[in-house]
Design a protein around this ligand. Structure first.
Ligand code: G6Q
Length: 548
């Protein structure tokens, strides 16, 4: 399958044979045959447990999957990332989000230069600034404490800080409130600004390139809102920037002293560990932000050093490949059973789908196999009452990752034990299902007539044999969250290696941006009859009519 000819490799063919062998095997039988199955297919790391026993695998499958990883040179590729090789080859860049959370004294090189000193310098600046804001030492223009922090950014400059701030809400400093403006839709701005006091508001403009139209437009609107009330001078006290682009930051009117730098070796969707995390530092304190980095670093070290069969991100990645390429299931769901993690699926959606939604391989050929799957999800138990019907009885299985903190930050009555019983039951139900004879027996016991049983038994049956992973840990805290995010980052990376694609560019985002720039002048009556298809032309006309 790989290389210019895209011929199937030996390892790939071996997995195809394994698939033919195992496709009819029921997981419930595998559990019956092997009492040690759960223990055998469980990995543990710093309080994080991955139970992957409810997958359609056995030792032979696992060994064939690990063989594929070996064949694809995964270990070497991991080393290349950590060594700063330019693995983002379409943009000629190193991929060094791992350096942002390197908590050791190890040097990490990009272009032969150790990147650690500059990373530590920015971290220090983030520490000082966030502490000054939290303590009320860095004040607004009129001398008041800054209590409302607004992050203006989109995509990678929004989803990470937003998800982490929400996940760690219990750690927010008293009296500090975080807000996020992302969408170009004026509603996003209006809803956040409504009710805020300019004197106590700090805006963080987060943009790696500082050219993103949504972010700059939102930032300009917020700037005007502030200046209208406090005057031009106030900008220095109420605006900071997070960016790689000093020139554009200055052009926008933010003093470079108020800029927190990061670098091109940090991809947008991997940037939560960089200056992009400033709002997190202000909300939860720098010490807690460091714990987030510690968690990610612990996962990095594990990923770098653990043997393949014990390597959590690697195993998760291989299971994903198993379903995607051999069972032809091109989707999966991530379901956190914790309200604070409700935005994790959206965050992971970008991480996975922007990284591996690619169809040209590293040899410049179109791939002939499936790459990144569709990821979706939502918080349990809510989603049990919406799309779980399809997960249980739809025509195609959807592998699920259940994310489960054993303790809630809000242990009220028995809420959390009910929640836990639900998540454990879902995994069990998906795996076991309910045979027609079991459904028949259940209906009989409930007193249904023969005729009723006949007409209902199929509707009441479940095929089961539907895979899930369970990621269990004590409580959602900064360290646990750091570990979890890094786990998925590395999983996505390994899958990119297997599929021979570049997980670190995002050319697909560009086309829509280009075309929007072409349509804007028409909507604003600055140009007419540009080159569009007839459907788009008709829609432009209609939109203009409605807006008259
Ligand atoms: C992420 C993408 C993308 C990016 C946004 C915002 O990996 O590159 O989501 O983060 O387009 O870009 P800026 O930070 O440059 O505004």
């Amino acid at each position: 399958m790989f290389g210019l000819s895209q011929n199937k490799t030996k390892g790939w063919k071996r997995l195809e044979r394994e698939y033919k062998r195992i496709k009819k095997v029921q997981m419930r039988n595998l559990f019956e045959q092997d009492e040690r199955r759960a223990e055998k297919y469980t990995l543990r790391l710093n309080g994080l447990t991955l139970d992957y026993s409810k997958n359609r695998i056995d030792d032979k499958v696992l060994s064939a999957l690990l063989n594929l990883a070996k064949e694809r040179g995964v270990t070497q590729k991991i080393k290349e990332m950590f060594d700063g090789s330019k693995i983002n080859f379409t943009e000629n860049r190193s991929v060094l989000h791992i350096a942002l959370r390197n908590r050791s004294n190890r040097k990490i090189l990009s272009d032969g230069k150790d990147v650690m000193p500059q990373i530590r310098e920015v971290l220090n600046k983030m520490k000082n600034f966030s502490e000054a804001v939290r303590l009320g030492k860095f004040k607004g223009q009129t001398g008041k404490k800054l209590t409302d922090i607004v992050n203006i950014g989109i995509g990678g400059s929004d989803l990470g800080p937003f998800m982490v701030c929400e996940a760690l809400k219990k750690y927010w400093a008293k009296g500090i409130h975080c807000h996020f403006i992302s969408n170009i839709d004026g509603t996003a701005c209006a809803e956040v600004l409504d009710g805020l006091n300019p004197e106590t508001t700090l805006f963080i403009v987060a943009s790696k390139t500082f050219t993103t139209i949504e972010t700059l437009t939102n930032a300009k609107t917020c700037r005007k809102w502030l200046v209208d009330s406090l005057g031009e001078h106030a900008v220095a006290k109420h605006f900071v920037a997070l960016s790689t682009n000093k020139a554009e930051v200055e052009k926008f009117g933010i003093n470079p002293e108020n800029m927190f730098e990061f670098w091109n070796f940090v991809g947008g969707r991997y940037s939560v560990w960089s200056a992009i995390g400033l709002i997190i530092c202000i909300a939860i304190g720098f010490e807690n932000f460091e714990k987030l980095l510690d968690g990610a670093f612990a996962m990095d070290e594990h990923f770098r050093k653990a043997e393949p069969q014990n390597n959590m991100p690697l195993i998760l990645a291989l299971l994903g490949v198993w379903y995607n390429n051999f069972f032809n299931i091109h989707r999966y769901a991530v379901i956190p059973y914790d309200q604070y993690l409700q935005y994790l699926p959206s965050y992971l959606q970008q991480l996975d789908m922007e990284s591996n939604g690619k169809s040209v391989d590293k040899n410049n050929s179109f791939v002939k196999y499936a790459t990144g799957p569709v990821l979706f999800g939502g918080a349990g138990t809510n989603v049990q009452h919406s799309f779980f019907q399809l997960l249980h009885q739809g025509t195609e299985p959807v592998p699920v990752d259940f994310i489960v903190p054993a303790i809630s930050h809000n242990e009220i009555g028995n809420h959390h034990t009910i929640l836990l019983s639900n998540v454990l039951a879902q995994g069990e139900a998906l795996m076991k299902g309910k045979t027609i004879s079991e459904a028949t027996e259940e209906l009989r016991q409930s007193g249904k007539s023969k005729q009723e049983i006949e007409s209902l038994k199929k509707y009441k049956s479940f095929t089961g044999n539907r895979p899930s992973n369970t990621l269990l840990f004590k409580k959602i805290d900064p360290f646990a969250l750091g570990q979890l995010i890094a786990l998925y980052e590395h999983k996505v990376f390994v899958q990119g290696i297997i599929w021979n694609i570049n997980s670190f560019d995002q050319m697909g985002v560009e086309l829509g941006k280009q075309l929007a720039l072409n349509i804007l002048p028409e909507l604003e009556n600055r140009a007419f009859g540009l080159n569009h298809d007839v459907s788009t032309l008709a829609l432009i006309k209609e939109v203009k009519k409605l807006r008259k």
